[in-house]
Design a protein around this ligand. Structure first.
Ligand code: NOJ
Length: 530
């Protein structure tokens, strides 16, 4: 059987609102992205995952949707989207869109109908209304229930502006089947499924026991029938600009790999993000465990877990790896971490080494926009410019995710750094010291993070081992990560405090930082020809 395109694809995550602004309204848009496609082609990526660009009041930056089959005016039009698909295809780049099935916006017509129709009405059945709440907490902080004027409560695992659908109501799966087909008919190569394990809730809506690993809104059995039906739809689309079936990647924050395995059955989701990597401290031992878990899931099912170092929900990798690593084990801490300034030069050195890990492992990889520039988390956003509902729902106790969503610096010495072509107020402020981090500045610096990514992606395409080459761990010291890929590729990273010898009789193809003669300094990785 032919290897499906997503198995070892490098996907670039475009957070559209912060990518490139063509109409100078302070927010990125589809024409802006089209104008920068050649940047992505020369970086060497195979596909783009686009965060939601659908009509939305933007209470959760587009994850609160009022119409699943259109483009929000701030981002362009459906024609712009079709043009994007076409232009990207001409450059050999596929497009993946975000499907957000757990909840919609409270301004979605169905929710508005539910509110006005009142208790016991059929319109309320499409959501989860009850006369009294249970003890569930919103993932953004505060209770997961909000009371309406008539006294009933509705469930929202996220912000109050994001009511959860009742997936046991037939209208809900029927609508999402239409949504899926709508974007597939537009030529998308795959979908990313937001919160793929929370759509169905335990029918009893029991209180959550925080001491128990069982979460009553995770992993309900009906999900598997749903994903089997979606897989059939995805597999029925072939051809157009690219051959082969369409992909799907689920967002599931699992801690136990056994809970992820059922989703990866042959006829369900072909991929889940390897989000565990985002919460793993920079130690060789822990990274190795997480890598092996993902490889275990991959080989058993034929599906795979692409490697991820960053996304729009997590503190930027250069900042994350520069703080006390004990702080990064739990997602809640991850949201709070923005408050802890770290050692950026240490974090950057580690992030460079981590990029070489990401791109040397077997399987696909996702690169979050700006990580190829080594952008740090922006910690000093004034409170009145913050947007993330997490900040507001916790009264500022958790700063939220704005710091990793700052508009991209393209060129120039001052904001907006070429994000738009004139001075303006961007939707989130940009730091004043990013001139050295712009794309233009980094392209002309051979030692830049951008040139490291470009070199790694080029070698990844050229080296015969970096497609399907078998991976084998090499036994080394406890603080090193070392493996080979067949034929002839070696990876070696030093996560310890002392320099270590590079295996003799190998030639260095790429190094994440300067070497000390035959020694590999701390927090440095090399790709080797053996
Ligand atoms: C996960 C998304 O990645 C995140 O950005 C969003 O806030 C939540 N799901 C709710 O849709």
């Amino acid at each position: 059987m032919a290897v499906p395109w997503w198995r070892d694809a490098v996907v670039y995550q475009v957070y559209l609102r912060s990518f490139a602004d063509s109409d100078a309204n302070g927010e990125g848009d589809l024409p802006g992205l089209r104008s920068r496609l050649t940047y992505l082609a020369s970086l060497g990526v195979d596909a783009i995952w686009l965060n939601p660009f659908y009509p939305s009041p933007m209470r959760d930056s587009g994850y609160d949707i009022t119409d699943y089959c259109d483009v929000d005016g701030r981002f362009g039009t459906l024609t712009d989207f079709r043009d994007l698909i076409e232009d990207a295809a001409a450059l050999g780049i596929r497009i993946i869109v975000d499907i957000v099935p757990n909840h919609c916006s409270s301004e979605h017509p169905w929710f508005q109908q539910a509110l006005s129709a009142g208790p016991e009405s059929p319109a309320r059945e499409r959501f989860i209304f009850r006369d009294a709440p249970n003890n569930w907490q919103s993932i953004f902080g505060g209770p997961a229930w909000t009371q309406t004027a008539d006294g009933q409560w509705y469930l929202h695992l996220f912000d109050a502006s994001q009511p959860d659908f009742n997936w046991r109501h037939p209208d809900v799966p029927a609508m999402f089947e239409q949504v899926l087909r709508f974007w597939l008919n537009h030529g998308v190569a795959g979908v990313r499924i937001d919160m793929a394990n929370t759509l169905f809730k335990d029918t009893e809506l029991p209180d959550r026991d925080m001491a128990s690993p069982v979460v009553p809104y995770y992993d309900q059995p009906e999900l598997h029938g749903l994903y089997r039906s979606w897989r059939k739809i995805l597999d029925s689309y072939r051809g157009d600009a690219f051959p082969g079936p369409r992909g799907a990647i689920g967002e599931i924050w699992f801690t136990n790999p056994d809970s992820a395995r059922p989703y990866l059955a042959k006829d369900e989701l072909p991929q889940l993000f390897n989000l565990r990597l985002l919460l793993t401290p920079w130690t060789a031992r822990e990274l190795r465990v997480v890598i092996d878990e993902a490889r275990g899931l991959t080989t058993r099912s034929g599906a795979s877990l692409p490697w991820v170092l960053g996304n729009h929900d997590i503190t930027r990798v250069v900042s994350r790896l520069g703080i006390d690593q004990a702080l990064i084990r739990h997602p809640t801490d991850a949201l709070r971490r923005g408050m802890v300034p770290g050692d950026l030069s240490l974090g950057t050195r580690r992030a460079r080494a981590a990029a070489l890990v990401l791109l040397a492992l077997p399987g696909g990889a996702y690169i979050y926009q700006g990580d190829e520039l080594g952008l740090p988390e922006y910690l000093d956003i004034p409170a009145d410019r913050r947007q993330d509902p997490t900040f507001y729902r916790t009264d500022g106790a958790a700063v939220g995710r704005d710091g990793c969503r700052i508009p991209m610096p393209w060129s120039g010495d001052v904001p907006p750094y070429g994000f738009a072509d004139r001075p303006l107020r961007t939707w989130l402020p940009q730091p004043s010291d990013w001139a050295r981090l712009t794309v233009a500045a980094q392209l002309s610096d051979p030692e830049s993070m951008l040139n490291l990514y470009r070199a790694a992606l080029r070698l990844r395409r050229e080296h015969p081992a970096l497609g399907d080459g078998e991976m084998t761990w090499t036994e080394t010291g406890a603080d090193q990560l070392a493996f080979t890929r067949d034929p002839g590729f070696g990876f070696f990273a030093n996560l310890g405090d002392e320099p270590v010898g590079i295996p003799p009789s190998s030639r260095v193809l790429l190094s994440s930082g300067p070497l000390e003669g035959p020694l590999l300094p701390p927090d440095t990785a090399v790709w080797l020809q053996q």
